[in-house]
Design a protein around this ligand. Structure first.
Ligand code: ASP
Length: 292
């Protein structure tokens, strides 16, 4: 049974085949590839983009979608997540998409299901479809010529599952990450590390800005987010006229992660990432459900 728990579940060839499909789905028009199939989403953490993106992707492929309303579900009556998922599985869905704050939870559910599990984010551990859509956006932008590109990943890298999945996936395609963060947001890593973006701005092709993951901090690092933004906000001042692709997984804290001006700048592909996210999720749902 194929699942998508981390990006390492896919070979490079499988990733490139997904990208071929995602290019075909990029107009986000409807088809009937998954007609008669049923997808269940179970989100124990907040989500705007990922949940709606998966739902739209499934519906564009002709599948039906059931969203479990976690707030009013029986987990609130004491049922374990494993039992909740085993019960959903007993209703014979064709895929279960799950987000949870506990690292490793989606992987632990594999033994309870007969259909693919798709990890939509587990704590700070992994967010595989986000990394796939990020790489796809890079691949599209550089007309598939991504070898030897350098990406600065900026901000709260340590508790970001987006960073963690990108740090697994991008180097496999010979994209070199440079980690840009204050000490308390810097993970242990062999990749090049610098404190400020200006130290490497002349050598990077891509900048990925990250939101500060306040919900995962056990202590307060800044008096206010504005204090963090003073050093780490992506502004026109830092970018100048350089030809750099600007990415962010969302939600963006405006003028803290990225300035209004840079969000409106043509070098920012933040909304392109969102559209590409639907195309990538269409490709992955198609693969996992039909290969099954
Ligand atoms: N939306 C992404 C995630 O769920 C990034 C973020 O929340 O900052 O991890």
């Amino acid at each position: 049974m194929p699942h998508l728990i981390t990006t390492s579940d896919l070979t490079n060839d499988e990733v490139l085949t997904l990208f071929d499909d995602a290019f075909l789905f990029q107009d986000l028009q409807s088809n009937n590839i998954l007609e008669g199939k049923l997808v269940v989403t179970v989100f124990f953490e907040n989500s705007t983009r990922t949940r709606s993106s998966f739902e739209i992707a499934a519906k564009r492929l002709g599948a039906q979608v059931v969203n479990l309303e976690v707030q009013t579900s029986s987990t609130k009556k004491g049922e374990t997540v494993e039992d909740t998922v085993a019960n959903l599985n007993a209703m014979k869905p064709d895929a279960i998409i799950i987000r949870h704050s506990k690292c490793g939870l989606p992987a632990s559910l594999i033994d309870y299901v007969d259909c693919p599990i798709l990890n939509a984010g587990d704590g700070k551990n992994a967010h595989p479809t986000q990394a796939l859509l990020d790489l796809f956006t890079i691949y599209e932008h550089f007309n598939k010529d991504i070898k030897n590109k350098k990406i600065a990943i900026v901000g709260d890298i340590k508790t970001s599952r987006v960073a963690s999945s990108n740090l697994e996936l991008l180097p496999r395609f010979e994209i070199t990450p440079i980690l840009v963060a204050p000490e308390h947001f810097m993970p242990e890593s062999d990749f090049k590390k610098v404190r400020f973006l200006k130290e490497v701005i002349d050598e990077v092709d891509i900048v990925m800005s990250l939101r500060t993951q306040l919900e995962r901090h056990d202590q307060q690092y800044y008096q206010t987010l504005e204090d963090f933004g003073k050093d780490y906000c992506i502004t026109k001042d830092i970018f100048g006229n350089r030809d750099i692709l600007l990415l962010h997984p969302g939600p963006v804290n405006r003028n803290i992660d990225i300035s209004d001006e840079m969000l409106n700048d043509p070098r920012s592909k933040v909304l392109r990432q969102v559209s590409n996210g639907v195309a990538i999720r269409m490709a992955i749902l198609k693969k996992l459900i039909l290969d099954n």
